[in-house]
Design a protein around this ligand. Sequence first.
Ligand SMILES: Nc1ncnc2c1ncn2[C@@H]1O[C@H](COP(=O)(O)OP(=O)(O)OP(=O)(O)O)[C@@H](O)[C@H]1O
Ligand SMILES: [Mg+2]
Length: 269
Amino acid sequence: MTEESTPEIKIGEATVKVAHPSILNVLKKREHVKQQLSKVKHRIGVWSAKGGVGKTTVSINLAYTLMRMGYKVGILDADIDCPNVCMFLGITDRQDGNFPLKPAEKDGIRIISTAMYVDDTKRPIMWRGPLIAKMVSDFLENSDWGELDYLIIDIAPGTSDEPLSIMQLLDIDGFILVTGPQHIASANTIKSGLMAKRMSVHIVGVVENMSNGSMKGAEEVADALDCKLLGKINYSKKFDEMSDSGKVPVEYDTEIKEEFISIAKKLIE
Ligand SMILES: Nc1ncnc2c1ncn2[C@@H]1O[C@H](COP(=O)(O)OP(=O)(O)OP(=O)(O)O)[C@@H](O)[C@H]1O
Ligand SMILES: [Mg+2]
């Protein structure tokens, strides 16, 4: 490609020369997503490369906390092949796949998830990377969220398909990283933070979930990434019992609610 034939694209105020047509495509999509989400004030990812540390739990409880504080909130379930948000919230609605995609609503919170577009949520979704990326881009480019103060994005574990697509396409305000107390959890959560830094995405801070009072997973993450410790949520059987029955812990337990209010206040700051 010669210097003269290099395509240019306007991103915000800047005009950028593009070295390869595929990159041009990504940049165009990114601009489109920006326009599509222009009525969404803040976009916050909840993420860890480590599975099972409580990303979905933190996403949902944070969303409810912000909603109770008076904000309009949406949750994008960006765990495409193992979507859990609807299961946690007891949502069984199915949506047609016509664009624009319409969120389901529970307690005033708008939710979009792959679980709404499969005929049987008990069956495994077995998709290769390109289909995962397509679904993420459909959710970002073709969903009608309306006006929102906060879009909370519950991101799949790992450092590949979903997080990479989200970071490429979405102008994300920042990530809340979730870790467990164990070194194995923090070591993997640090990897997510390093990927975020590499992709120039801000890290709001780290939440330690299922804390046991003695281990220092969150401190390890905060030190390695030079980010804030937003809070620690203790291991409590109540989480298991409530989430299995479609209840959101912050709605029923004062101690858990106070911890999430403190985390939400740090996010809002
Ligand atoms: N503080 C807690 N105390 C006890 N159980 C918890 C706590 N937080 C989450 N759990 C439980 O741990 C399990 C895993 O949580 P969750 O699904 O939120 O993790 P995840 O990081 O989203 O997992 P995945 O990587 O599969 O997406 C759930 O059954 C949840 O109810
Ligand atoms: Mg999850």
